[in-house]
Design a binder for this molecule. Structure first.
Ligand code: HEC
Length: 155
């Protein structure tokens, strides 16, 4: 009985010293106070489930996000800018069988389909022509401007 008591005292002492060592080392590692270190603490959970983005309404103070908002507010890009950024890769070279900009013979039957069809194919894709020329952030108006730019140069 006495032996068992001694053994358990030794065990308790070992546990206490181990936990104080652990506490000391986590204090050095973790920048958070004791109640916030657990992965189940409110802080840790809030950090894990925080949204990846937030909406910044015009006129609101949103820190660095405001700069991006201003850029969007500067209006749609020109047809030429969209063309150079997103369409020229295929349409300047004829890559993937794309009708080359300026190739009137290749464009004539396409232009004959009408603007609405051309725009529909540019936005939704046609065979090897990817939807929006893969410019997913382009607005429909920007795609329309790019199509007009290309058609103008190919008539
Ligand atoms: C990955 C290469 C690629 C990119 C990038 C690309 N296109 Fe195309 N595009 C094609 C190909 C290939 C065709 C021919 C498709 C067919 O007729 O089978 C085509 C055809 C078109 C046509 C004619 C559609 C028709 O009805 O005949 C338009 C308009 C067009 N592209 C607009 C654009 C615009 C605008 C962009 C940029 C925003 C763009 N394309 C970017 C490959 C591309």
């Amino acid at each position: 009985m006495k032996k068992m008591l001694t053994a358990s005292l030794v065990l308790v002492a070992a546990l206490v010293s181990a936990s104080s060592v652990a506490a000391k080392s986590t204090k050095e590692i973790s920048p958070y106070p004791l109640g916030e270190r657990s992965v189940f603490s409110e802080r840790a959970i809030a950090e894990r489930v925080k949204p990846v983005g937030s909406v910044c309404v015009e006129g609101e103070e949103c820190g660095s996000a405001a700069a991006a908002g201003e850029e969007v507010a500067s209006g749609p890009r020109s047809g030429e800018a969209v063309y150079n950024a997103s369409c020229a890769a295929c349409h300047a070279t004829g890559a993937a069988g794309a009708p080359k900009t300026g190739d009137t013979a290749a464009w004539a039957p396409r232009i004959a389909q009408g603007d609405a069809t051309l725009l529909d194919h540019a936005i939704n894709g046609l065979n090897a022509m990817p939807p929006k020329g893969m410019c997913m952030e382009c607005s429909d108006d920007e795609i329309k401007a790019a199509v007009e730019y290309m058609v103008e140069k190919s008539q």
